[in-house]
Design a protein around this ligand. Structure first.
Ligand code: NAD
Ligand code: MN
Length: 356
């Protein structure tokens, strides 16, 4: 029997509620006649670790999880610690340390979810956003001078390398090619950002030659927001820079019904390091500790984790169970306008899995 070693990093806020729920669901899936099992190791990194040790994770933390098959991550963000410390000290440290350069964010309107696009049927919105996850606007290059003085200056320099753009374009074209419509939209802003984004466009043209069967087009990021709302069915796979895709994917999550549902994978396509799967939402300070968090984003992230491990049948079983419970309004959490609790949704998914 295969054993998959999974690092669980709940982090902060509702991460501590949804990650244990995800673990329970994966455990139930493995127990129900699969030919694999999971070995979970939990790491208490995040805001509490910071209070105790002055950092979000130990210096040798990456070494502790390097040998894992995958990472299940909750959220980094604590009401009492500045966001740039929690984000850079944990999540980005893992993403960058393990060169997880492709951030993949599928979006669909699941059954039973009341999404804001009234004219749009469930099949009109089926996107995967590929976010460049290793450089661009979040490369961390920049600085501040004259701090606290009226002449203070602060810069964040966007770094785009030809190698970095090539690898994310190739990943996005390949992913588009694997989907039924074989269609890619390259999101850009080369009208205003006349250096990096122009190279981005040039690389897209060059890489597209390797994928003659993929239909592709180019869209400016601002126009892309309008297109997502007005013509959702005209999009399929999208690729965008770190910042652009960050914003577009929150819009996508909201258009599909709730931030509480959306999953993501931080992927090292070359599989040199473990990849990391997480719901896209944050710590949700307003509801943390109350058992009200929607665990569906974590469950869908578990589906992506299973696909990445090469277990497509188990992934499909879990996705079917998720779609059965979203179809039932009695199992909707508060973010979806319902009354259900995290534990109710988790138990319902597990019981669907046990009955298959
Ligand atoms: P958030 O996602 O935490 O919350 C936004 C709103 O959505 C809140 O009203 C929240 O209650 C609701 N919500 C989010 N997930 C939900 C769920 N699963 N079920 C029900 N409702 C849910 O975003 P924010 O308020 O901008 O950020 C809060 C903290 O989380 C900040 O410190 C931020 O830096 C951090 N954050 C971390 C990550 C990450 O680690 N990947 C992502 C986003 C935000
Ligand atoms: Mn974001």
């Amino acid at each position: 029997m295969k054993t998959y070693k999974i690092a669980c990093i709940p982090g902060d806020g509702i991460g501590k509620e949804v990650i244990p729920a995800g673990q329970e669901v994966l455990q139930a899936l493995a127990a129900g006649g699969s030919d694999f099992r999971f070995e979970f190791t939990s790491f208490g990194w995040g805001g509490d670790w910071y209070r105790a040790h002055g950092k979000m994770m130990p210096d040798d933390g990456l070494e502790a999880i390097r040998g894992m098959d995958a990472i299940l991550f909750g959220s980094a963000g604590d009401p009492h610690i500045p966001d740039h410390i929690t984000l850079w000290g944990l999540r980005l440290k893992i993403c960058q340390g393990f060169d997880q350069y492709a951030n993949v964010r599928p979006t669909r309107i699941l059954p039973g979810i009341d999404a804001p696009l009234k004219r749009c049927g469930p099949r009109d919105l089926d996107w995967v956003i590929v976010r460049e996850n290793s450089e661009g606007e979040y490369a961390g290059v920049g600085g501040r001078a004259h701090q606290g003085h009226p002449i203070e200056v602060a810069t964040d320099v966007s770094i785009l390398t030809r190698a970095g753009v090539e690898r994310i374009m190739r990943f996005a074209f390949r992913l588009a090619q694997s989907r039924p419509r074989k269609q890619l939209t390259v999101v850009t802003k080369s009208n205003a950002q006349r250096h990096g984004m122009v190279m981005w466009d040039e690389v897209a043209v060059a890489v597209s030659k390797e994928f003659p069967d993929v239909r592709w087009d180019k869209e400016l990021v601002d126009a892309c927001t309008a297109r997502m709302v007005n013509r959702p069915a005209s999009l399929d796979t999208l690729v965008a820079t770190n910042l652009h895709a960050d914003i577009l994917s929150d819009l996508a999550a909201a258009l599909a019904g709730s931030l509480g549902i959306a999953p993501t994978g931080n992927i090292d396509p070359e599989r040199r390091y473990p990849s990391m799967f997480e719901p896209i939402h944050g710590s949700a300070f307003d509801i943390m500790g109350k058992g009200l968090a929607n665990p569906v984003g974590t469950f869908w992230s578990c589906v992506m984790l299973l696909e990445h491990l090469g277990e497509p049948q188990a992934a499909a079983r879990l996705m079917a169970a998720i779609e059965e419970i979203t179809a039932d309004p009695k199992l909707h959490t508060g973010d979806l306008g319902g009354q259900a609790r995290t534990a109710d949704v988790t138990a319902a998914v597990i019981s669907r899995l046990n009955n298959r």
